[in-house]
Every structure is written in C-alpha cells, then in structure tokens.
Design a protein around this ligand. Structure first.
Ligand SMILES: Cc1cc2nc3c(=O)[nH]c(=O)nc-3n(C[C@H](O)[C@H](O)[C@H](O)COP(=O)(O)OP(=O)(O)OC[C@H]3O[C@@H](n4cnc5c(N)ncnc54)[C@H](O)[C@@H]3O)c2cc1C
Length: 435
C-alpha cells in the first residue's frame, strides 16, 4: 500500500487543516448523519459508518497503487476483497439469501454514500458496475440452471461479467437501431455483430448480449438478451478502447467485442425471446440509480476537498474561503448534493416499493450527472493547478464523472423521457403530481 502524497487526502485528520476561526464551528468533513437519521431505517447509519471506516482505512490509502493497474494492483484488490468479506461488507447490493449482505435499494443507496467516495471501492466490496446490475437481472429472471452457472460465481466474486448493447455504427441512445443479430439453428442461438463500450469485458467470464432475433416483429419485441460465455468460439475481444487517454485493464476496460457465428444453447436466453427491450429497462433503470448512488460519495468527497483547501489556501490578503465566488461554489454545491441525496433516497424507496420509477430515475440521472461534474469542476478550480495533478483524486474523479453524462443514456435522452411523460399527463387532462 502507498501513502498519499499530500495531507489533503487524510480527510479525517482535522489537525492538519489551517484554521479560520469564524468558520471553525462548521464540520469540515461532510457527515450527513443529521439529515440521514430521518431518511433511513434503524441500523443503516451504523452500517454506513462501517463502510466509511473501511474505505478510509483500506481503500483510499491504496488508490495510488490500485490506479497503476499492474499485477500488484490485481493482487491488492484480491486482498482487499477478502478483507471486505471477513468484515461482513461483501455484496451490499444483494440480499443475504443469495450470498450478499444487502437489504434493498434504499439500504444500498445509503451504503454508497460511503462506498462511492473511492472509485475502486465498488470492486473491493464486490458491487461494481456492470456486475451489480447484471446480478440483479439474473436474480430476477434467471432460470435455476442460469443462476447456478452465471449468478452464483458472480455474487461470490469468482467471476465478472459485461453488458453488451451499444454498437459503434448506430446511435446507442436509440436501441431500435441495433444491428447485432441472433438466429436459431437447432438448439442454439448463433450471434453475429459488433459491439463496443462493453465495460469490463476483458477478463470476464460471460456477457449479457442484446441481439435482434425477430426483425419483423413489433419494434419492441424484436430483441432478445442472451448469456454468452466469453470463451465461446467466435467471441473476440477486439481491443479495450482508449477512453480519455486511458485503456484500463480487466474490470476497468471498455471493450470492442466482435461476435462471429457465436453459438450458445437456446437455454442461455435470459427472460423470454423478444423481451430484450423490456429487460433493458429493468437492467438499466436500477443500474442508473446505482451509478447515482456512487456519485453521491464522489460529490461529497470533492466537496470536502474543496472546503478544506479553500480554508487553507491564501490569496489577496485572506483564505480562498473568504472570497464570495468560492462561497457561492460551496453553497451551490451543498444545495446540489443535498438535492441529489434526497432524490436518490426517494427513488430508491419507490423502487423498493415495486415502482418502475421511470421519471424519477431519468430525472435523477441527468440532474445528478450535472451536479457531480459541477462540484468536481469547482473543487478543481479552487485547487488551481494542483487540482489537475494527481496529488488529489480530483483529476481522476473528473475523468470518470464526464462519462456519467453519457453512459446509461445521455443527459438529453433522459430529459426527453421526463418531459414526454410529464407532458403526456397534461395532454390527458391531468397534471404532474410530485409524489
Ligand atoms: C464509460 C462508458 C461506459 C459504458 N459502458 C457500457 C456498457 O457496459 N455496455 C453498453 O452496452 N454500453 C456502454 N456504454 C455506452 C453508452 O451507454 C452509450 O454511449 C450511450 O447509450 C449513448 O450512445 P452513443 O454513444 O451511441 O451516442 P448516440 O446515441 O450516438 O448519441 C450521441 C449524442 O446525441 C445526442 N442525442 C441523442 N439522442 C438525443 C435526443 N433524443 N435529443 C437530443 N439529443 C440527443 C446526445 O447528446 C448524445 O450524447 C458506455 C459508455 C461510456 C462512456
């Protein structure tokens, strides 16, 4: 493990911070316990504190080493995963009945305020994207045989998976345009096509592939989700894409994947034939909110760094914290973060209660992506040139945050979904009820 290069990252160590007397009454490390107490059932706050301690003690100090993505980093991840298991913190997205330690979406949202603080923590706790979403959909729709072959190793952390929907040649925002085909031949599907941005495909055991199987059916009945083991002949991981200058390794890759006559049994159909569009909604809705949950942790960490640095750095006769512009950034960030937290908890609660929460999920996805990027960008600006170095985690955070405005549906598409659904109600003579 590697020590951090500057004291800034020792977020709990208030003793290191420069003191500005009139601001000392404010806590410097965001602690949402006060508001949280009324948001969460008993026990969640204590559970979150355990995740927070683990992240601060074991994950944040290892970020430098993990970010190198060499063989040592892979070994370190495995060691941290084992430690997380022993601490009873493994797989908080799944219930204990299937090998996790979770209690539903609201619980997972609460834990992610701590887990999301570090990019690598999701992998350490076995709840990384896209595996968490894939596990949920397998749990919901998998046959007993599929659960045994694909789900059990996934939850246990013995396997990773990918979700293969987006294609380079058509607009991913509009899945009606997808071209990858699968046809029935005897007892098998035969899949042909080219996908990209299949996150984590390198080194994974299987993918969930969205293929067009019934091109003449009604538009939303044309696709089928098919489970494809990565070692099936004809499946080629062409390359990890270089994304903002970074190719990544293993879990942290976004791969181009070619399917050339890939043959898998019909028994690998996930859900029913023709259900891919419906499943994509089931898969992507929860996946989107998983992302936002983690972003809450990223926002809070960037906020902590911004506030702490603004108190310690002096220019033009006083700390940055005394400049009105910086205070505006802090106030706007605090308001945005709290709005995202409350929207996330509300959406998680509705999903737990069985709602699809389509409008809430879309509203949250684009709004939170904006707040995330704004808060990190302000934090970088407050740090000046240091904010662009790797002496703080902010530059890496900004890199990942930018993609959040695109993956799982670009901002513009989520705005469209919200506006259309709201307007539909008004067209029908009703109004929109903010429930
Ligand atoms: C880091 C990362 C990880 C990803 N991981 C996965 C994965 O694991 N599996 C997977 O299948 N895919 C993955 N994706 C792909 C992602 O889901 C798609 O990029 C996304 O759905 C958008 O598709 P596209 O890139 O083809 O953009 P397009 O659909 O071509 O859209 C381009 C732009 O057009 C604009 N636009 C589109 N529709 C509208 C509209 N109705 N109104 C106004 N403007 C519009 C938007 O600005 C949009 O950004 C990932 C992407 C990234 C960046």
């Amino acid at each position: 493990m590697e020590p951090e290069s500057v004291g800034l990252l020792r977020e709990r160590d208030a003793a290191d911070r420069v003191v500005v007397p009139e601001l000392q009454s404010e806590p410097h490390v965001s602690d949402s316990t006060g508001v949280s107490a009324s948001l969460f059932p008993d026990g969640y706050i204590e559970a979150r504190a355990r995740y927070r301690s683990f992240v601060e003690e074991h994950v944040i100090p290892a970020e430098g080493a993990l970010g190198r993505e060499d063989d040592d980093a892979l070994r370190l991840i495995a060691a941290l995963q084992q430690r997380a298991r022993e601490a009873g913190l493994w797989a908080p997205h799944m219930h204990a009945s299937v090998g996790g330690t979770g209690e539903g979406f609201l619980y997972y949202a609460c834990m992610n305020e701590a887990i999301g603080r570090s990019y690598w923590a999701q992998l350490v706790f076995g709840c990384q994207a896209p595996d968490a979403g894939n596990a949920e959909i397998l749990h919901l729709l998998g046959t007993p045989a599929q659960k045994e072959q694909f789900l059990e190793p996934l939850i246990a952390g013995r396997a990773r998976s990918f979700f293969s929907m987006t294609e380079p040649d058509v607009a991913g925002s509009d899945p009606r345009l997808l071209r990858t085909r699968a046809v029935v031949d005897g007892d098998d599907w035969v899949v042909d096509g080219l996908k990209w941005f299949s996150t984590g495909a390198e080194g994974s055991s299987f993918g969930i592939v969205f293929a067009i199987t019934d091109p003449d059916a009604d538009t939303y009945d044309r696709g089928t989700m098919i489970l494809v083991p990565t070692d099936t002949p004809g499946l080629e991981i062409v390359r990890p894409l270089s994304v903002m200058g970074h190719e990544g390794r293993a879990w942290n890759t976004h791969c181009e994947v070619r399917y050339s006559g890939v043959r898998v049994p019909l028994a690998n159909t996930l859900g029913g034939r023709g259900d891919a569009f419906k499943i994509a909604q089931q898969r992507l809705g929860p996946g989107r909110i998983h992302h936002v949950m983690r972003w809450l942790g990223q926002m809070q960490r960037a906020f902590d760094l911004m506030c702490a640095y603004s108190l310690g750095r002096e220019a033009f006769g006083g700390p940055l914290a005394e400049k009105q512009t910086v205070q505006n950034w802090i106030a706007d960030s605090a308001a945005g973060i709290q709005a995202c937290r409350l929207m996330t908890m509300d959406t998680a609660r509705k999903i737990d209660e069985g709602s699809e929460a389509r409008v809430e999920i879309s509203m949250l996805k684009f709004y939170a992506a904006g707040v995330l990027n704004d808060v990190i960008d302000r934090a970088i600006q407050v740090h000046g040139a240091r904010g662009l170095t790797d002496e703080t985690p902010l530059a890496q955070m900004a890199l990942h945050a930018r993609a959040g405005r695109i993956y799982d549906g670009p901002d513009e598409v989520h705005r469209m979904v919200v506006a259309r659904r709201v307007l539909r109600r008004y067209s029908a003579g009703d109004g929109w009820q903010f429930t």
